[in-house]
Design a protein around this ligand. Structure first.
Ligand SMILES: C[S@@+](CC[C@H](N)C(=O)[O-])C[C@H]1O[C@@H](n2cnc3c(N)ncnc32)[C@H](O)[C@@H]1O
Length: 287
């Protein structure tokens, strides 16, 4: 890329570099990085392809491409990701929310809406809230719901709080630092969690985009990947209101083990859902 690159040239150059570096999504990456560093959108590229980048934009784009080529995820570079239609800011202590987790939202929304319609509210608990993705998506979809988002990471909770403020949801969102249920009291209509579920020994083999950039506390599920499910299942029941539900995201092949842990604690599978790849991704339990 030369110092006087046009918008279209800069985009084409970015796609070429990212393709050569092995990005699975070079077009999307280039679109997001060009927009982030120049403020110019894909529509601008269509309508003003010859618009030149100024030297500052040019340098910022080169830096961003170099970061992406060294396996930093594009959403970490731009600092946000859309989840269930909401733009969520990220920091190094928050997992980048994944499209797969939208499966969990789809699974619980009918219950949350029904409960809110029936009782006038739906008290949601999101265990391990990270950026606030799950809690905030539910609050945005169910205006009568209120949510508590917990995490062990104070920095993640700061981000979740800022996201709630930015989305105008902060009056219905409470952030609480807690090791799963340890700091919690009271009951909830719906408990949700996308806990860490990667077996410890698998973590070194993960794609570097994940292994080197998502926080370890968001990934490491212990020797069999199931630690958090066991801890959550064992302590959930006293926190579930009458007729309440609990739903968790699961990793590949974990359905029967996770269902077994919840069954042992008195909860049965009420429904489950597959992600876009046809993998069992979320389970809803009743008791
Ligand atoms: C897989 S991430 C999910 C983040 C977010 N809910 C999402 O779906 O994008 C798991 C989250 O659980 C949190 N976590 C890990 N151990 C925890 C614990 N003992 N108690 C509470 N939260 C914990 C991590 O900090 C991380 O934010």
């Amino acid at each position: 890329m030369t110092g006087s690159a046009s918008l279209q040239d800069a985009y084409d150059d970015a796609v070429a570099h990212l393709s050569r570096a092995g990005s699975p999504t070079p077009d999307l990456d280039a679109t997001l990085l060009v927009e982030h560093t120049t403020g110019m959108t894909a529509l601008d590229r269509l309508t003003q392809p010859d618009k030149p980048l100024n030297p500052r934009q040019h340098q910022a784009l080169r830096t961003a491409i170099a970061r992406r080529m060294s396996h930093e995820p594009v959403h970490r570079i731009i600092g946000w990701r859309e989840f269930y239609g909401l733009p969520l800011s990220l920091n190094p202590h928050t997992l980048v929310p994944r499209p797969d987790t939208e499966t969990l939202i789809d699974l619980v929304l009918p219950f949350a809406r029904h409960r809110a319609g029936e009782t006038g509210s739906c008290r949601v608990l999101d265990l391990g809230t990270g950026s606030g993705a799950i809690a905030l998506a539910i609050l945005n979809e169910v205006p009568k719901a209120v949510a508590t988002g917990t995490d062990v990471s104070a920095e993640a909770l700061e981000m979740a709080t800022r996201n709630a403020q930015g989305l105008g949801l902060s009056e219905r969102f409470t952030a609480l630092r807690s090791d799963w249920f340890s700091a919690l009291s009271g009951q909830f209509d719906l408990i949700v969690s996308n806990p860490p579920y990667i077996p410890t020994a698998v973590i070194p083999t993960l794609d570097p985009d994940v292994r080197d950039h998502d926080p370890l506390a968001a990934l490491d599920g212990g020797s069999d990947g199931l630690n958090a499910y066991g801890l959550i299942a064992a302590r959930a029941l006293p926190h579930l209101a009458d007729g309440g539900r609990i739903a968790v995201e699961i990793g590949k092949g974990q359905r029967s083990a996770v269902a077994g842990l919840f069954a042992a604690a008195g909860m049965q599978v009420a429904a489950s859902a597959q992600d876009l790849n046809g993998l069992e991704r979320a389970i809803l339990f009743s008791c």
